[in-house]
Design a protein around this ligand. Structure first.
Ligand code: PLP
Length: 444
């Protein structure tokens, strides 16, 4: 009888064969094939790694999680990477790290303020609200779609403790100014890097400037693990807090399945616990369990090999679309990269100008009718969503600086189309042709 290793080899060979049969290359038939805004970019390797991890049947965090954390941290050049269940849980963990009692005066307490934007993704903001901190919303700029740094000083109060914002659709925000503002006022900076893996600012990857940064591996993102995310952190003390919060709040840092990494498991002394109480069961924070599983990480390890290609293709696709649409700037605002940045774009943002003879809704309908998938810039204006009804009606729980004019304009006039590597030139050209066709018909 074959041994386990031989069988594993055969199964993996069969998996490779299965991939070829089950996922043949999709030909593009204009007007019949759906042109998605994003999607999984994978081949037989992802399937093989996934099956390989399933044959280990370790299930919880193990060798693949360890490897993915190491690879990501090496890629971004950060001191630590902690895998999570999603980008949203990474945001939750990053934010809650800053609430740890042990941070003393600098910790974020309920009632403290966190500067952010309303033209963003909800889970960049929800951890603050859930905890009882107060998000302070400032406007964004168009066409960078990033935080308007001229409003930072106006947003500041004696209660401000942090800035938590995303690099919108992969376009780095003005890290130089935001970082300097945080330093000047001793504020924490959390970069929501969920849409920007591989973007650089002033020669360094985004996700490495803030005290903490987050990433999402949901299928539409640059790389995927199905559901999944990560927190990046350089400061070892913050890392210890994030790790504890991610892993039930425990004080012990042993990986799953390991004991006594500290070498003094039964020798610790905590004032209220019996002397030598098992360190594995000592809790220093009110934590969660937000660990990634082994099978998700296995897919991530295969995706890491493709990441440089993915980033390059996203940049090329963005450039291609922009070149094709340059002639329509009288009616469309096209996206601009933040100065000093080289974005690893998540999507191609388009704002329909006020003087256009058509609305965003009109052109979006036209594109969707032609099987071109479109997306809104997340929440548009987050404050106008039903989740804010209670707070808005009671006039509490958040603060707004200025009139959020651009945020409202984004809600009404902005949409985006895909740039993911699954879009080849024929699909990209089809998308831009349908946009040109519509504008030209409308202006006749
Ligand atoms: C900016 C931003 N932050 C956070 C998230 C949440 O990530 P996830 O879907 O993995 O929870 C997303 C998701 O698309 C996002 O775009």
């Amino acid at each position: 009888m074959a041994n386990a290793e031989q069988l594993r080899k055969e199964i993996l060979e069969k998996t490779r064969e299965y991939y070829k049969v089950a996922f043949p290359e999709k030909t593009f038939s204009p007007g019949e094939t759906y042109v998605n805004y994003g999607g999984r970019f994978f081949d037989h390797e992802e399937l093989e790694y996934l099956v390989d991890s399933s044959l280990d049947f370790w299930l919880t965090a193990g060798r693949y999680c360890e490897s993915l954390e190491e690879q990501l941290q090496k890629f971004l050049k950060t001191k630590a990477c902690l895998l999570t269940t999603s980008g949203s849980s990474a945001n939750l963990l990053a934010f809650m790290t800053l609430t740890a009692e042990s941070l003393g005066e600098r910790r974020v307490k309920p009632g403290d303020e966190v500067i952010t934007v309303a033209a963003g993704f909800p889970t960049t903001v929800s951890p603050s609200i859930q905890y009882g901190a107060v998000p302070v919303f400032v406007d964004v700029e168009i066409p960078s779609y990033n935080i308007d740094i001229s409003q930072l000083e106006a947003a500041l109060s004696e209660k401000t403790k942090a800035v938590m914002v995303a690099h919108t659709l992969g376009n780095p925000f003005n890290l130089k100014e935001v970082h300097a503002f945080c330093k000047k006022h001793k504020l924490w900076l959390i970069e929501d890097n969920c849409d920007a893996l591989g973007s650089t600012y002033d020669g360094k990857y985004t996700g490495t400037y803030g005290d903490l940064a987050t990433c999402s591996f949901y299928p539409a993102h640059h790389m995927t693990t199905g559901e999944g995310g990560a927190v990046f952190v350089n400061n070892p003390y913050l890392k210890k807090i994030t790790l504890s919060l991610r892993d039930w709040g425990r004080d012990c840092w042993c990986p799953s399945g390991k004991d006594n990494t500290c070498g003094k498991r039964f020798e610790w002394d905590f004032s209220q616990l019996p002397k030598g109480y098992d360190h594995k069961y000592v809790y220093s924070h009110f934590g969660y369990n937000l660990k990634m599983t082994e099978m998700q990480a296995a897919v991530g390890c295969a995706q890491m090999k493709k990441l440089p290609t993915i980033i390059e293709r996203r940049k090329q696709n963005h450039k291609f679309i922009k070149e094709q649409l340059l002639n329509y700037q009288d009616v469309l605002t096209l996206p601009e990269a933040e100065p000093l940045s080289d974005p690893s774009w998540f999507g191609f943002l388009i704002t329909v100008k006020d003087n256009a003879s058509f609305s965003k809704a009109d052109i979006v309908k036209h594109l969707e009718r032609n099987l071109i998938q479109t997306r809104n810039l997340f929440a548009g204006n987050l404050i106008k969503h039903p989740c804010f009804d209670g707070l808005r009606n009671r006039g509490e729980g958040y603060r707004v600086v200025g009139d959020l004019k651009n945020t409202d304009s984004i809600m009404n006039n902005t949409f985006w189309i895909g740039v993911y590597p699954g879009l080849d030139e024929s699909r990209l050209k089809y998308m831009t042709d349908k946009i040109s066709e519509y504008i030209e018909n409308e202006s006749q």
